[in-house]
Design a protein around this ligand. Structure first.
Ligand SMILES: Nc1ncnc2c1ncn2[C@@H]1O[C@H](COP(=O)(O)OP(=O)(O)OP(=O)(O)O)[C@@H](O)[C@H]1O
Ligand SMILES: [Mg+2]
Length: 205
């Protein structure tokens, strides 16, 4: 399965989810590839710290994925694609090779409004690629806040699937990143580790 993390809004947690999800998918020795399509190469920066090599990582900020994807993903059970914060040719290229596009949205009206553009692009590209589906993921939610509780209702206006699993704002994500580790390896019993596990299980259902 090819799973991409897309949202033109910066800083919603695409790269954090991509790294952690790739690790969760690789549990049990499954071969997983993470493609960093962002010119900034944030995943590549993280990879320099990673000493465990649970999954492979490549940097591919070119828009030729449709032509290259078969060759690049050969031998991998799952591929995760981290996309840059922009709507343009790169995102189109990513969506047109994906089976599942995850749109992480943080619980702020500005983020919820700006997701509209990505939802529309996804709907447009679904006409060209039938085996593409999209799901929203509530991300960076602050525990115990009213806006946090209301976000699901606000997102329902988009008439798109929303993951039951929610990713909260947690320091463990940042600490794990600093340590060059996925959060499930850094703090397996933490709530952050548990929510990534739950996201992975929900996605594979
Ligand atoms: N759930 C979380 N809890 C705490 N911090 C988080 C969480 N998710 C992301 N962050 C932090 O927020 C910042 C932005 O996250 P990240 O780089 O994953 O977002 P992004 O959507 O990939 O950004 P960009 O659009 O710039 O590529 C990072 O410093 C990251 O450590
Ligand atoms: Mg990123």
């Amino acid at each position: 399965m090819i799973i991409s993390l897309v949202n033109q809004k910066g800083g919603v947690g695409k790269t954090t989810i991509a790294i952690n999800l790739a690790y969760a998918l690789a549990q049990g020795g499954k071969r997983v590839l993470l493609i960093d399509t962002d010119r900034q190469g944030s995943v590549m920066q993280w990879k320099k710290l990673d000493q465990h090599n649970h999954f492979d990582v490549i940097h591919h900020p070119q828009t030729d994925l449709a032509q290259q994807v078969k060759e690049i993903t050969k031998g991998y059970l799952h591929t995760v694609i981290d996309a840059p914060p922009a709507v343009g040719d790169m995102i189109r290229s990513v969506l047109l090779v994906s089976n599942l596009a995850i749109i992480p949205v943080s619980p702020s009206p500005l983020d919820i409004w700006s997701a509209r553009e990505m939802v529309h692009l996804l709907q447009e590209l679904k006409k060209q690629r039938r085996n593409l589906s999209g799901r929203m993921l509530i991300c960076r939610k602050i525990v115990g806040t009213r806006v946090g509780r209301e976000v699901r209702e606000a997102l329902e206006n988009y008439q798109m699937d929303i993951f039951q699993t929610e990713i909260h704002q947690r320091i463990a994500y940042v600490e794990a990143m600093i340590a060059g580790m996925p959060v499930m390896a850094y703090a397996p019993q933490s709530e952050a580790g548990q929510e990534i596990k739950s996201l992975c299980a929900e996605l594979l259902l």
